[in-house]
Design a binder for this molecule. Structure first.
Ligand code: MN
Ligand code: MN
Length: 301
């Protein structure tokens, strides 16, 4: 990896770390999720990056892919376990990281299980190691706490402007013999649960992505081309379009989604309605091992 790229990842790491640190300092029960998402996204922008995707807030059995909607009135519930998953990018180079906060000490072990799993993954990742071996380490750590890993959520190879660039880091030994290579960048995200260990798609969608370059004959070309120019192929939410197109943009996005012009990420819910914790960091693979870009584990201590 070039020194320029390493420098960008150093910057991204400190921006994401600051944003998560800031999130930890402001989050509390009763806080509107809309306010939380917008403040964290603003913090990323102030740091000199762009959000690589809308801030995901996952409460209790909601595992991933929920972000505040326009006019969202939901708040952080009491006694909840809350995942804060953020992305930042500079020129398409992406960092992806998440922490979990508990407002009931009963859930601390669930979070610790995910954190220990991330630590085990970090120590096992180096060039030549099959991805399933990292998954085995993640599963072993989570099961040692008496919880289950979520099997149908994975970490992922990251490339420029590509959040999920092919190879996955499973959260269990799935037998995938593809190897980790020097110079690659991976997000690794163990999810621990006291539920069934699977997530289901819910009917609700709050995060979308452009699927192809828009053409002038496409419906709502103004909205599509704005997304293409300002956000590109990375995920977005209608909230980000309101200042330009007004509140009606929700209907436009709905229409573009149902007509197949944009992709939607369903909100993911734990199948057994179990509680879910997630700890995620982005790692640069060097000859000597995996370097955490954000070092989220140090934020949890
Ligand atoms: Mn993430
Ligand atoms: Mn990720």
């Amino acid at each position: 990896m070039s020194t320029d790229l390493l420098r960008i990842y150093e910057r991204l790491g400190s921006i994401a770390r600051d944003a998560l640190d800031y999130a930890l300092s402001i989050i509390e029960p009763g806080m509107p999720i809309l306010e939380l998402c917008e403040k964290i996204e603003d913090r990323i922008r102030q740091g000199g990056a762009k959000p690589a995707f809308p801030v995901n807030i996952g409460i209790n059995e909601v595992a991933a892919h929920y972000t505040a909607t326009i006019g969202d009135r939901s708040v952080i519930p009491r006694d909840s376990v809350v995942k804060i998953d953020i992305g930042a990018h500079i020129d398409g180079y992406i960092v992806d990281a998440a922490i979990t906060v508990s407002f009931n000490p009963m859930y601390n072990q669930l979070i610790k299980a995910a954190a220990k799993a991330l630590e085990a993954a970090q120590f096992s990742m180096r060039p030549g190691v099959p991805v399933s071996m990292v998954g085995a380490q993640i599963e072993r750590a989570i099961r040692s706490f008496g919880f289950k890993p979520i099997q149908n959520l994975t970490g992922h190879l990251i490339r420029r402007y590509e959040l999920h660039a092919g190879k996955s880091i499973p959260n269990y030994d799935n037998g995938d013999r593809q190897r980790i290579l020097e110079g690659e960048v991976y997000a690794v995200e163990p999810f621990s649960t006291n539920g069934s260990g699977y997530v289901d798609d819910s009917p609700s969608v709050t995060i979308y992505r452009l699927m192809k370059n828009p053409k002038p004959k496409d419906p709502h070309y103004d909205v599509l081309s704005y997304i293409n120019n300002e956000i590109g192929p990375l995920p977005f939410t209608p909230r980000w379009l309101v200042h330009r197109f007004g509140n009606d943009v929700v209907k436009v996005i709905d229409e573009l989604y149902s007509r197949g012009y944009i992709y939607g990420y369903p909100v993911l819910i734990e199948h057994g309605r179990g509680l879910v914790a997630q700890v995620e960091d982005t790692f640069v693979i060097t000859r000597d091992g995996a370097i955490p870009v954000v070092n989220v584990l140090s934020l949890l201590r």
